[in-house]
Design a protein around this ligand. Structure first.
Ligand SMILES: [Zn+2]
Length: 170
């Protein structure tokens, strides 16, 4: 990449960032749950799980904070979450571009890709979950994270079964 091309790309990235609207931290998920009422259908029949619950989850000072959203709120704020994702992608690209320009100016070898992020407790870093889709899920095709889909899927042998959260023991 020439200096001129790098400068042009930098301008494109910063212009895109300038156009982004509100950026909401965290993530939105939809899931179905078992309740704590003994004898409720939801404990025996996967199709009777309660929900969907639309959740906005984010970290505040290291703690996970969740808020339940209405369907209307979920749809209204979803673009804000997408904006945040886009912003992070653009910032990451700008940083990579800057590192490449620096290496070029200093005649250093091309920078290598950043190392995989490992979790603080030293567990093996997980590749990002691509999300899942299961046709047999309740309400037709249910899209979302693999965990969310697995929770919603009534099939006992759903391919996403391994991601299914353990049933509540309460
Ligand atoms: Zn129930």
């Amino acid at each position: 990449m020439t200096q001129h091309e790098a400068e042009r790309r930098r301008r494109q990235i910063t212009a895109e960032i300038a156009r982004i609207g509100f950026c909401l931290p965290g993530s939105l998920t939809e899931n179905f749950r078992r309740c704590s009422t003994s004898g409720c259908h939801c404990h025996h029949d996967h199709a009777s799980l309660h929900g969907p619950y639309r959740l906005w989850t984010r970290k505040v000072a290291g703690k996970t904070v969740t808020r339940i959203l209405s369907a209307e709120q979920y749809e209204r704020y979803r673009p804000w979450i997408e904006n945040a994702k886009k912003l992070h992608e653009l910032v990451a690209e700008l940083e990579q571009l800057s590192a490449a320009v620096m290496a070029d100016q200093e005649a250093w070898p091309e920078p290598v890709a950043p190392p995989m992020i490992t979790s603080p407790r030293g567990r093996r870093a997980k590749a990002p979950t691509p999300g899942g889709k299961c046709r047999s899920a309740r309400a037709g095709t249910f899209e979302g994270s693999a965990r969310t889909v697995a929770a919603a899927c009534p099939r006992s042998r759903c391919r996403l079964m391994r991601n299914r959260p353990k049933p509540s023991t309460r």
